[in-house]
Design a protein around this ligand. Structure first.
Ligand SMILES: [Mg+2]
Length: 218
């Protein structure tokens, strides 16, 4: 009898479309976006030098773990995230992908603490799109969001022939495109965040595609 690696047994379809949430599907407030830029310029996010093999070796639990929101700073961030609205046109896009037989996944830098996981599902459900996602990968404490996202994409690349990820953070785009050359990254670019990585630098990646934003940006 032939034996297949366990991942292969989970093959559900040939195409997976994977979405970041904040600033990709959900509107982030202008003020935090600008703050993000300032922090990025002053204190550049350090993305580790990891190879695809390193990513494959990682053992990361993207699922829900028990955990509450602690402290004023986290409470503020939590409330902001909870209020984020799905961009116009997102639901229609997810419906279209579903009709085409594409499996849809979430891949977010939001913590995998129970409070955050529940809030995210409730928010997506309230806005009518939670049921489109086969699974949502969250980021455990102590793991950089770019690394968590890369690990989840690597897992999915073992299960699907084609994996496409939509992401708005140019530094994350650069990292994912580097370690996962077989995954296509749709770079959702708008406004000031593009300044963090030069346009020419990202265009050098054959697996990065700049795409139009969903709906109207305010
Ligand atoms: Mg984002």
């Amino acid at each position: 009898m032939l034996e297949y690696p366990s991942m292969r047994a989970e093959i559900a379809g040939s195409k997976a479309r994977v979405f970041d949430f904040d600033d990709t599907l959900l509107a982030r407030e202008r003020v935090t976006r600008l703050m993000g830029l300032v922090v990025g310029k002053v204190r550049p996010q350090h993305v580790p030098h990891l190879t695809a093999e390193d990513i494959a070796q990682l053992n990361i639990n993207h699922g829900r773990v028990e955990g509450e929101v602690k402290g004023r700073k986290e409470k503020t961030a939590f409330d902001w995230h909870a209020g984020r609205r799905v961009y116009p046109g997102v639901k229609e896009e997810l419906e279209k992908l579903t009709t085409e037989g594409v499996d849809i996944y979430g891949n977010t830098g939001r913590p995998n603490k129970g409070a955050w996981v529940d809030m995210t599902h409730e928010s997506l459900d309230r806005q009518g799109i939670d049921s489109f996602f086969r699974d949502i990968a969250f980021t455990p404490k102590g793991i950089k969001t770019a690394v968590s996202k890369a690990h989840r994409l690597w897992e999915l690349s073992q299960q699907y022939e084609q994996v496409v990820m939509d992401e708005d953070d140019p530094r994350t785009v650069r990292f994912l495109a580097t370690v996962l050359p077989n995954v296509q990254i749709n770079y959702i670019q708008y406004g000031t965040s593009g300044l963090l990585v030069s346009r020419r630098e990202l265009e050098a990646f054959p697996n990065v595609r700049r795409v139009a934003v969903f709906g109207e940006r305010k």
